[in-house]
Ligand binder design. Structure first.
Ligand code: AMP
Ligand code: ZN
Length: 433
């Protein structure tokens, strides 16, 4: 069998017919929540008036702030007693955003997740190790239930404790993993320290996501581990993982359009951008009963890929995420995305597995400093060689960014580590400037 779910083989017309039907039901359901009752009334919107998918544009966006204002449960469309689980988004400041699920919601989520994993080539005979944090973070239980639904032997390893991760990978002949990219890079250095070649494991497939990373990082991971790495995108507000996922073509991620309505808009105007152009992803749940979310501004920047996918699935693909619109740095008037820096660094063999971008203010001038971990074999005593490498990295970054960063070479393991999503940018400009 090539596909896991009959929904994967729908035609464009069938997808859109199903989306319209589900959108109408979902908006009716949403209107039962105190939040959407008010939100719809404020713009005189009646869910029964929806005749086409484009009608959704008559509804104002839902933002993170709306979710915060609805804390803890003003977005529930069913009684709290029907809810069986909650998760929260990984935002570190302010009131968290909480998402509730009924049992039906969880069942559907697990089947979407299993669909993703099957598409990447995992089967019930695989042994699957989930290396992301459990708890409120959706990468734990979200992926976990998908792997069980698919029938894999599922190891809930959780985050961190690298030696134990490596022992589990080895002893249980793990063939599939879920791992965040920064940790996958870090773990490869631990393998090196232990003198174990990750290629000697039984591993064949990695699901990699939860934070932005570049094609260069993917290639690096595939090479180090001797695997295929598939990009996995999701956000708590839309369940978590299982929203968009790469097929074996590894070229963009299919958004499951039977479960979500995806739009891409200009973040400044909120108007749709032409297909193929970069914009902010806006998502609507099409089947969640407990807590439907309508036109949610993800802040994530991507584009629709317009060519048909050779895998045969018609569900539209989005490009690798370019980062979040609020991650954009402005240095000396130039817009910079951290991923531009990662792309340059990860393509250079001398560069190790970690980096940190530090923004500084010198008087009134903003500077960008990039701390770059250098592989042990290149971290030589000869200052001239190191100086030349530093200049080469700075020149490549300048070509990409159009501003000249200060480059600082650092030894392996000298940058701060976080458990969970990596901190790539440290903004020191507020301090004493
Ligand atoms: P959370 O709601 O805590 O699960 O975080 C979701 C956010 O993580 C998304 O809105 C994205 O910014 C980011 N994210 C998740 N998966 C990816 C991915 N594959 N590539 C880039 N960013 C991702
Ligand atoms: Zn495909």
């Amino acid at each position: 069998m090539v596909y896991y779910d009959a929904a994967e083989t729908l035609s464009r017309v069938e997808i859109e017919r199903l989306q319209l039907e589900r959108l109408r039901a979902s908006l009716k359901q949403a209107a039962k929540s105190p939040f959407y009752a008010k939100h719809f009334a404020a713009c005189d919107f009646d869910p029964a008036s929806v005749a086409t998918l484009a009608d959704v544009r008559r509804i104002p966006f839902t933002t993170k702030q709306h979710l915060r204002d609805s804390y803890p449960d003003a977005m529930l469309a069913m009684p709290l007693s029907e809810m069986v689980r909650m998760h929260a988004s990984s935002g570190t400041t302010g009131t968290p955003t909480v998402i509730y699920h009924t049992q039906n919601d969880l069942d559907w989520w697990a089947s979407l997740m299993a669909r993703c994993m099957y598409m990447a080539g995992l089967r019930r005979t695989d042994v699957f190790q989930n290396m992301s944090g459990y708890g409120l973070f959706t990468g734990g239980l979200g992926i976990h239930y998908g792997a069980e639904r698919l029938g894999c032997l599922t190891i809930p390893a959780g985050a961190g404790n690298s030696h134990r991760q490596i022992k589990l990978l080895t002893d249980f002949k793990v063939t599939g993993i879920h791992i965040i990219p920064s940790y996958a890079l870090y773990l490869s250095a631990v393998f090196a320290e232990l003198g174990i070649d990750p290629k000697s494991l039984s591993l064949r497939i990695a699901l990699v996501g939860a934070e932005p990373y570049t094609e260069e990082t993917r290639r690096r991971l595939e090479e180090i581990y001797g695997i295929k790495a598939y990009n996995s995108y999701g956000l708590s507000e839309m369940n978590g993982p299982g929203v968009a996922f790469e097929c074996q073509e590894q070229h963009g991620m299919h958004v499951w359009e039977d479960a979500y309505l995806a739009e891409i808009v200009d973040p400044a105007t909120g108007e749709p951008v032409p297909d193929g152009e970069l914009g902010e992803l806006v998502m609507t749940t099409l089947g969640r009963e407990g807590m439907p979310v309508v036109r949610y501004r993800t802040r994530d920047m991507t584009r629709f890929l317009t060519e048909p996918c050779p895998c045969g699935r018609v569900h539209r693909r989005i490009d690798r995420l370019h980062g979040r619109c609020d991650d954009m740095l402005i240095v000396k008037g130039v817009n910079i995305f951290p991923m531009q820096i990662e792309r340059v660094l990860m393509a250079m063999p001398e560069v190790g597995q970690d980096y940190l971008i530090v923004l500084e203010r010198d008087g009134y001038i903003d500077n960008i400093r990039v701390k770059v971990e250098i592989r042990d074999e290149y971290f030589v005593e000869d200052m001239r060689q190191l100086g030349a490498l530093q200049k080469r990295i700075a020149a490549r970054l300048r070509d990409e960014l159009l501003v000249t960063p200060k480059v600082e070479l650092v030894e392996r393991n000298s940058l701060p580590k976080t458990e969970g999503k990596a901190t790539r940018v440290l903004d020191m400009r507020g301090n004493g400037a």
